[in-house]
Every structure is written in structure tokens, then in C-alpha cells.
Design a binder for this molecule. Structure first.
Ligand code: HEC
Ligand code: HEC
Ligand code: HEC
Ligand code: HEC
Ligand code: HEC
Ligand code: HEC
Ligand code: HEC
Ligand code: HEC
Length: 486
């Protein structure tokens, strides 16, 4: 629902709009630019400017004008100056970068908030409205981390080039990122207000090919549904995994983590999976599946038995968006939280979803704690573990002291696979909801591997739900801390 006065005006106005028509000084544009919040973010040189109409931009910005004219935005008279502010000074100067609202400042939610105030209200309470400050320092940020953690970097250095006609290739985007100066990188970091914001997901200039499952044009920069994993193979580079054609998967992926035995043997300091591997989990990919024992291979890596790779939830029509962005009171909710009262009702009743979620999560969490206890049993049984430290099954960065742990080469592949799967499920955080089949399959495979190793099946005392949750979130926090040190 649109709430600003400007938009109410637009709704009734059907004058020819866009770069081809309309004259200067549209009353609705004037009404918008007096919106105080918006005016406050305009650069100093633009404060005194007046609207000139979109046709005045066309001689110099033909491409943006041609595509924008085809949007429902333009048909409702939402044109260049609605988002970039009044253009008289910029046009008189025949261009310039300091007399017109541009990125990163134009990424402010206040731009869209002129007319979509209720969505901005949702958004402001979401985790995306925050930034992980350790990964987005004012100076010296890593261009790898900024790709997903800083809105300005993500939108201006990845999404805008992808939106060009023809789109830039991932390789070309990567080359351009590598050539950025420290000053440019710092400008993106300092200009970043959020992890991702409106224009990071919605192209402000054109209709896109990525309709939602109802066939509606939402200007989405990527698809809402995909089962493609070819752009996210084990060992994928940032150029690959940050351009996955999926509106959430381009960030919520395992960052090319390699779950093969070779990969798990090579990288032993921290989990091969980054926080938020939900795209991989949903599509049934990224776990250590292979169980090679003295009796032979049970399932080789990449060959999970039919019916164990994906669950029904991969078929939710808009995947993540179906559950995390339900339509509530006629508006798409932008808090990005899934909740059983509204998220699951396309398919379950709320009560059914809530009881299934509760039962599944509690069972998965108990299985994870049992698996963790078995890894501890293995640790305690090792003769070299003279200190009888139960934590030496873990990655080296998660151990309080490396001195208590001679070397990761003492950890057999069965433990390496089991701990990879344990952390993959802990970092996904849906505890089975994203993909109950694959989650349960990986736990079962891990246990089969530990059986083959002869590890005791003794799983220790039964914990309360609260104790279980605390234990698992403690392990999530350890991974976070190990990244924040990078
Ligand atoms: C709905 C808001 C909105 C509208 C309407 C809009 N823009 Fe933009 N524009 C933005 C935002 C946000 C950015 C920065 C993100 C990006 O580059 O996509 C931007 C970036 C730009 C850029 C720099 C990057 C690029 O794409 O080349 C130019 C030039 C530009 N806009 C011109 C225009 C012109 C000309 C029009 C009218 C035809 C227009 N814009 C309409 C919001 C808008
Ligand atoms: C006479 C030519 C001309 C006209 C007319 C013109 N511009 Fe520009 N515009 C430029 C030039 C030149 C630049 C600077 C490009 C650069 O240095 O990269 C620019 C830059 C911009 C940018 C910033 C682009 C970026 O890279 O961030 C935006 C946004 C923009 N113009 C919007 C508009 C809008 C909106 C209008 C109409 C109100 C308009 N321009 C009219 C020539 C023009
Ligand atoms: C000046 C008011 C105004 C501004 C600023 C504005 N919008 Fe809109 N927006 C509208 C109106 C009006 C519609 C409904 C158009 C229609 O369907 O007729 C709309 C519709 C939409 C839609 C739904 C698709 C559709 O066409 O119905 C999306 C998505 C959207 N806007 C995103 C954005 C984003 C992102 C920004 C900021 C970059 C933004 N809007 C800025 C007025 C605005
Ligand atoms: C492919 C996108 C992507 C890249 C690249 C990326 N991250 Fe992340 N990161 C995420 C996502 C998504 C989350 C949130 C996951 C969740 O909440 O489930 C996250 C979460 C985190 C967290 C935990 C934040 C918190 O407090 O919730 C830390 C710490 C972190 N990342 C560090 C890094 C570092 C360091 C780098 C660079 C070496 C990096 N990330 C690169 C996507 C990425
Ligand atoms: C992480 C991606 C993402 C971000 C960030 C995001 N949106 Fe959306 N938005 C979507 C998706 C996906 C849809 C379409 C959902 C659907 O069709 O079911 C949508 C739908 C919309 C709609 C159509 C609403 C309706 O009820 O028809 C508007 C308007 C909109 N977004 C505006 C915004 C604004 C304004 C912001 C910033 C405050 C924003 N979006 C931030 C992904 C995003
Ligand atoms: C530009 C990268 C990016 C995109 C695209 C993106 N996210 Fe995120 N998301 C992140 C990062 C990074 C975090 C963690 C931010 C923090 O901790 O401050 C996060 C956090 C979240 C959280 C909150 C996790 C928590 O800690 O509670 C949810 C839920 C979420 N994202 C869902 C989505 C959905 C659904 C989509 C697609 C519609 C999406 N995200 C698109 C980067 C992204
Ligand atoms: C079938 C519905 C469904 C689908 C599809 C789905 N999720 Fe979730 N997601 C959930 C539920 C339910 C939770 C757990 C919420 C809880 O325990 O409170 C969750 C948890 C999360 C979390 C952890 C933070 C939080 O909010 O609890 C993130 C991040 C997340 N999902 C992102 C995604 C992404 C990205 C996708 C698509 C790749 C996706 N989800 C697909 C339902 C879904
Ligand atoms: C697109 C339709 C769809 C949506 C949306 C959806 N589900 Fe499901 N879900 C299914 C189907 C189909 C099954 C398999 C039914 C069966 O096995 O009886 C299922 C199974 C489940 C299961 C595992 C089966 C079990 O009982 O062990 C859980 C848990 C579950 N759903 C929870 C949720 C939650 C929570 C949400 C919302 C956050 C949700 N679902 C959203 C279609 C959906």
C-alpha cells in the first residue's frame, strides 16, 4: 500500500509520462521534491534545483530513458527526478557528479520511502537494515567480504554492471573490482547504510526478465526460484558465487565450500561453509555425502540416493521468498522473517506448519547434539589426547588452544565429514525446514561413518530444549568469531 501524498496524486494522473512526453514542472514532481526527508539527502549543489521533466534527460541518458519509459513506475509518472531529485542545475551544467543525487547516496531507503513508506517500515526492522560492522570497516575493507556485506558495493559494483545491456560478465565484473582504488572501495564502504537495500534487489530503471511466480513484474534483479548449481561448484570463486542468478542465493550460499574428502582434508582451520548456506541446503548440495568404509563405498560424494537430496520445499513457487516474504494484508512483507502464522499457509494450515516445525526442529537438534557427543566420544578415546579434552574433534580455529591438539592430520576423514555436516546444518539455522530430507540424510550418513570408525554410540545425557539451543548457537557463535578475526 502506498502512503505518501505524491503517490496518491500519481494514482489519478494518467498523463503521458516518461522521457518521451510530459513537460517540465509536473506538479506531482514538485510535491515530491518538497518531501523533507528526501530533500535532506540531496547534494548541496542540488538543493536549489527545480524539476525539468524526464524528457530533458534523454539527450544524454538515452538508454536509461528508453527502458524506464516501459515500467509501471513511469506510467504512474515515477520518473528520473522522483528518485534523483530535481535536475535543472545538472542539466544547465551539462552533467556532473555533484549536482544530482547518485550512488551511494541514491541507495538510501528514503528515496523509495517517499512512496513505499510501509515497506520501508518493515525493512527497517529487518537484519538486512543492519551491517556487520567488523566486515564493513570505513577503511581497508576486503572486496570479497564487501560483495555481500555492503549494500553500496553489492549494488554499484555487481548489480549495476549486471543490469547493463548487454550485461557485463562475471569475469569482467571481477576484473573491474580488482582494479578499484582503495579510495573507491572506502567510498562504497562508507556510503553503505545497510547489508542490502531496495535497489539491491529491485532494478530502479527497467522491467526485468525475472517475474515472480504469479507472473508479476517486480523489477527483480535475479530469479526467485532456481535449482541451478553450475554457477556454485565446489571451489567456486567470488565472481561465480556472488552472481548466482537467484535473488537470495547470490549471497546466502556456501561461498564455494568444498565438501569432498580432498577439500575437507586441505581446509581444517574452519568450516568450509560460510554462514548462511541456505541456497545450497534448499537445493540439496554442499554436505559431505560420501561414506567410504573398509567394506566399500556406501554413497559416493554427489550421489545421494533418490528422495534424499531435496524436499518438497524446494518447489515452493518463489522458494525463499514464498516463506520469508509472505503477502500480509495485501503487501509483501519485507522483514525477511519466516513465521508459521503467515508463511506456510499456501500449503499447510498455520497449526499444521507450527506443529511440524516444532517436531522436526526438535528432532534435528537432538540428532545434532547426539552427533556432537559421538565426536566427543571419539576425541576422548584417542591415546594422544592425554589431557582428555573432549573438543579436539573440532576445527583448529574453534579450539581455545592449539597446543592441546597435536595436529589436524590425526583427525580421520569420518570425523571431518561428520563435523562438516554438523556445521553445515548449524549454519543453515532452519534445523531441517529448508530441506528435511537432505538434513536427515546427512546426519544419518555422518553416523554411519562414525559406526565404521567404531565410535561409541553412547550419546550422553538428554538435554532440555533450551540447553540444546544454547549449545548449538554457541557453536554458531564460534564460527562467527573465527570469521570476524579475518
Ligand atoms: C525508482 C527510482 C529511480 C528512477 C525512477 C530512476 N533512477 Fe536512476 N538510479 C536509481 C538508483 C537507486 C541508482 C543507483 C543504483 C544503480 O546504479 O542501479 C540509479 C543510478 C542511475 C545512474 C548511474 C548508474 C547507471 O545506471 O548508469 C544514472 C545515469 C541514472 N540512474 C539515471 C537515471 C535516469 C536518466 C532516469 C530516468 C529515465 C532514472 N535514473 C530513473 C534510482 C532511480
Ligand atoms: C547535457 C547532458 C546531460 C543531461 C541533459 C543530463 N545529464 Fe546526467 N550526466 C551527464 C554527465 C556528463 C554525467 C557525468 C557522467 C560521469 O562523469 O561519469 C551525468 C551524471 C548523471 C548521474 C550520475 C551517474 C553516476 O555515474 O553515478 C545521474 C544519476 C544523472 N546524470 C541523472 C540525470 C537526470 C535525472 C537527468 C535529467 C533530469 C540528467 N542526468 C540530464 C550528462 C547529462
Ligand atoms: C514517487 C513515488 C515512488 C517512488 C519514489 C518509488 N516508487 Fe515504486 N511504485 C510507485 C507506484 C505509484 C507504484 C505502482 C505502479 C503501478 O502498478 O501502477 C510502484 C510500484 C512499485 C513496485 C511493484 C511493481 C509494480 O510496478 O507494481 C516495486 C517493486 C517498486 N515500486 C519498487 C520501488 C523501489 C525499489 C523504489 C526506490 C528505488 C521505488 N519503487 C520508488 C511509486 C514510487
Ligand atoms: C556470498 C556472500 C558472502 C560473502 C562473500 C561473505 N559473506 Fe559473510 N555472511 C553472508 C551471509 C548471507 C551471512 C548471514 C548468514 C545468516 O544470517 O544466516 C553472513 C554472515 C557473516 C558473519 C556473521 C555475522 C553476524 O553477526 O550475523 C560474519 C562474521 C561474516 N559473515 C564474515 C565474513 C567475512 C570475513 C567475509 C570475507 C572474507 C564474508 N563474510 C564474506 C554472506 C557472505
Ligand atoms: C532481498 C531482496 C529485497 C529487498 C532488499 C527489497 N525487496 Fe522489495 N521485493 C522483493 C521481492 C522478491 C518482491 C516480490 C515478492 C513477490 O512477488 O511475492 C518484492 C516486492 C516489492 C514490492 C511490491 C509489493 C506488493 O505488495 O506488490 C514493492 C513495492 C517493493 N518490493 C519495494 C521495496 C522497497 C521500497 C524496498 C526497500 C525498503 C525493498 N523492496 C527491498 C525483494 C526485495
Ligand atoms: C547482498 C547480499 C544478500 C542478499 C541478496 C540477501 N541477503 Fe539476507 N543477509 C545477508 C547478510 C550479509 C545477512 C547478515 C546481516 C547481519 O547479520 O547484519 C543477511 C541476513 C538475513 C536474514 C536474517 C538472519 C538472522 O540473523 O536472523 C534473513 C532471514 C535473510 N537474510 C533472508 C534473505 C532472503 C529471503 C533474501 C532474498 C529475498 C536475502 N536474504 C537476500 C545478505 C544478503
Ligand atoms: C518452506 C519455507 C522456507 C523456505 C522455502 C526457505 N526458508 Fe529460510 N527458514 C524457514 C524457517 C521456518 C526458518 C526457521 C525460523 C525459526 O526457527 O524461527 C528459516 C530460517 C532461515 C534463516 C535463519 C534466520 C532465521 O530467520 O531464523 C535464514 C537466514 C533463512 N532461513 C534464509 C533462507 C533462504 C536464503 C532461503 C532460500 C534459499 C530460504 N530461507 C528458504 C522457512 C523457509
Ligand atoms: C509450496 C508449499 C509449501 C510451503 C509454502 C510450505 N510447505 Fe512444508 N511441506 C510441503 C509439502 C508438500 C510437504 C510434504 C508433506 C508430507 O510429507 O506430508 C511439507 C513438509 C513439511 C515438513 C516436514 C514433514 C514432516 O512433518 O516431518 C515440515 C516440518 C514443514 N513442511 C514445515 C513447513 C513450514 C514451517 C513452512 C512455512 C515456514 C512450510 N512448511 C511451508 C509444502 C509446503
Amino acid at each position: 500500500m502506498l502512503t505518501c501524498a505524491g503517490a496518491v496524486l500519481f494514482a489519478g494522473v494518467l498523463v503521458a509520462a516518461g522521457c518521451g512526453g510530459g513537460g517540465p514542472n509536473h506538479p506531482q514532481v514538485a510535491a515530491l521534491t518538497t518531501a523533507l526527508q528526501f530533500k535532506a539527502i540531496l547534494p548541496a549543489a542540488q538543493k536549489s534545483a527545480t524539476p525539468v521533466g524526464a524528457a530533458a534527460c534523454k539527450p544524454c541518458h538515452a538508454a536509461n530513458c528508453t527502458t524506464q519509459a516501459l515500467t509501471a513506475h513511469s506510467k504512474a509518472s515515477v520518473d528520473c527526478e522522483a528518485c534523483h531529485g530535481p535536475g535543472s542545475v545538472h542539466v544547465a551544467a551539462k552533467g556532473g557528479l555533484t549536482n544530482i543525487l547518485r550512488g551511494p547516496a541514491s541507495l538510501d531507503v528514503k528515496v523509495c520511502g517517499q512512496c513505499h513508506a510501509d515497506i520501508v517500515g518493515d525493512f527497517n526492522v529487518s537484519v538486512h537494515a543492519q551491517i556487520v560492522t567488523s566486515e564493513v570497516p570505513a577503511t581497508g575493507g576486503s572486496t570479497t567480504c564487501l560483495r555481500c556485506h555492503a549494500d553500496a558495493f553489492h549494488t554499484l559494483e555487481i548489480e549495476a554492471p549486471l543490469a547493463q545491456n548487454p550485461p557485463q560478465t562475471p569475469a569482467a565484473i571481477d576484473t573491474a573490482i580488482a582494479a578499484l582504488t582503495t579510495t573507491q572501495i572506502n567510498a562504497d564502504a562508507v556510503g553503505t547504510m545497510h547489508t542490502i537495500s531496495c535497489a539491491g534487489c529491485h532494478d530502479p530503471h527497467q522491467n526485468t526478465a525475472n517475474l515472480d511466480s504469479a507472473g508479476e513484474q517486480m523489477y527483480l534483479r535475479a530469479k526467485t526460484s532456481s535449482t541451478d548449481l553450475t554457477s556454485d561448484p565446489a571451489g567456486a570463486t567470488p565472481a561465480q558465487y556472488t552472481t548466482i542468478n537467484h535473488i537470495c542465493g547470490e549471497c546466502h550460499n556456501n561461498r564455494g565450500g568444498d565438501p569432498s574428502d580432498a577439500g575437507l582434508t586441505k581446509s581444517t582451520s574452519r568450516p568450509a561453509t560460510h554462514e548462511g548456506p541456505e541456497y545450497n541446503m534448499l537445493n540439496g548440495n554442499g554436505g559431505a555425502e560420501g561414506i567410504t568404509t573398509t567394506n566399500g563405498t556406501i554413497y559416493a560424494t554427489g550421489t545421494a540416493a533418490p528422495g534424499t537430496r531435496t524436499s518438497s520445499h524446494v518447489n515452493a513457487p518463489d522458494q525463499c521468498v514464498t516463506c520469508h516474504m509472505p503477502t500480509v494484508n495485501g503487501t509483501v512483507r519485507h522483514t525477511f522473517t519466516a513465521s508459521t502464522d503467515v508463511s506456510c499457509t499456501p500449503c499447510h494450515t498455520s497449526a499444521d506448519a507450527a506443529s511440524r516445525e516444532n517436531a522436526l526442529q526438535s528432532s534435528v537438534q537432538n540428532s545434532l547434539v547426539a552427533l556432537r557427543n559421538r565426536m566427543q566420544n571419539w576425541a576422548l578415546a584417542q591415546s594422544w589426547n592425554t589431557a582428555k579434552d573432549p573438543s579436539v574433534w573440532d576445527y583448529s580455529s574453534n579450539l581455545a588452544s592449539t597446543s592441546k591438539f597435536p595436529t589436524q592430520t590425526l583427525v580421520p576423514i569420518e570425523i571431518k565429514r561428520a563435523r562438516h555436516n554438523y556445521y553445515f546444518i548449524v549454519l543453515d539455522r532452519s534445523y531441517g525446514v529448508h530441506n528435511y530430507a537432505y538434513t536427515q540424510y546427512l546426519i544419518a550418513q555422518s553416523n554411519t561413518g562414525l559406526d565404521a570408525l567404531g565410535v561409541s554410540r553412547e550419546v550422553g545425557p538428554v538435554l532440555s530444549r533450551q540447553q540444546t539451543a544454547t549449545l548449538l548457537s554457541g557453536d554458531y557463535a564460534k564460527v562467527k568469531a573465527s570469521h570476524a578475526q579475518q
